[in-house]
Design a protein around this ligand. Sequence first.
Ligand code: ZN
Length: 454
Amino acid sequence: MQTIWAAQALIGDHWADAVAVEVGADGRIASIVENAAPTGTRVGALLPAPVNLHSHAFQRAMAGLTERRGPSGRDSFWTWRQLMYRFLDALTPEQVEAIAAFVQMEMLEAGYAAVAEFHYLHHQADGMPYDDIGELSGRIGAAAVESGIGLTLLPVLYEQATCLGAPLGPGQVRFGNDVDRFERLLARAGQLVAALPADAGIGVAPHSLRAVSQPSLRNAVGLANGRPLHMHIAEQTAEVDEVLSAYGRRPVEWLLANHEVGERWCLIHCTQMTPEETRALASTGAVAGLCPSTESSLGDGIFDGVAYLEQEGRFGIGSDSNIRISLVEELRTLEYSQRLRDRGRAMLASATASTGRRLFEGAARGGARAAQRQSGVIAPGNWADLLALDIAAVDLEGRRGDTLLDSFVFAGDDRMISDLWSAGRHVVRGSRHIHREAIVSRYRRTMSTLKDHL
Ligand code: ZN
């Protein structure tokens, strides 16, 4: 049993002062006492630490390497993807683990307690499975044990290059499986996840309408069997055009018409939706997986957050390509994209909640739902996924409640995060991950080996 005492804390849906949170040896919150005398580990402000609902860990190693124009004079998502494929040819299992541990450490330092890893790198460079078909799933799990992050592993089904069933290109063979082999991979990944700490979980991720045929999508939905179902849905206009010409409907429109999309679904990148699609998705209870930094980096477009939140749509935040790991920057970018488009301010605030409060609380609750992780709210019985802010930070001086959250989201950065617990594991202390040195030096060695391929 450990006790955390906070000068102020967001408990359930209200702010409280002098809060003592008891965490059991099982990693769950055992009790919460308000107006308690200082005791145990003392922190400034305590918040629920969100789940990062979308990551491709290995892409962290490419950050900053794709900012030049190609020979055609115009760079795009599709040229970025070419570099990603080239880079993939070189990656070994040891390197995958080193990169994953590094980016998970950064996520914890940035305030995420857990990550839903959309894991599509399965096989050797020539497309042959490793002797253990779950080799790379195991590497992601091993990284999570080292970093202490809460893991929801989402093995990805990827079987074709286009909606019309074109075979995988050379850059894609490390991802590829038919449904039979995917079923074996998923079973193996399930065994590996069962050996991780009790808060780890597994789901299923049919990659996209592009990469999975209609019958295979049905199969994948069945294999999920009540567990989280994540899918890329409508990121790029070219992707929308492809689905429209093959299926006669836009991606979100097609999915909602052909599957019972509900609470266990998380749709990644709802960038390209019509007002009708936005309304329809909001009413399903599914989570929109928004990745504002990556969507900005790749030039995807702007999600219609204003209309979606007006309809009470659920959302969470993902770091996706991992070009930059910062929870507050994601939330800020989401709000600022709406302001730039609509020429207004406080676009995602509500009548009762400030912008920072609505964004932070929405992301914490939506991320937990998307990962089916009992967290997102500080409440007895939930995993102790907790983030502490240093209220001695200059920009937090004298700030309380929602104003404190606004200051963190709009004026702050990760240095304000003093401590983080993931299911009770106290892995960030004094703003640094407890294994930072070992993880960083292994990552540096990995990057120096990889640099000739980048
Ligand atoms: Zn993605």
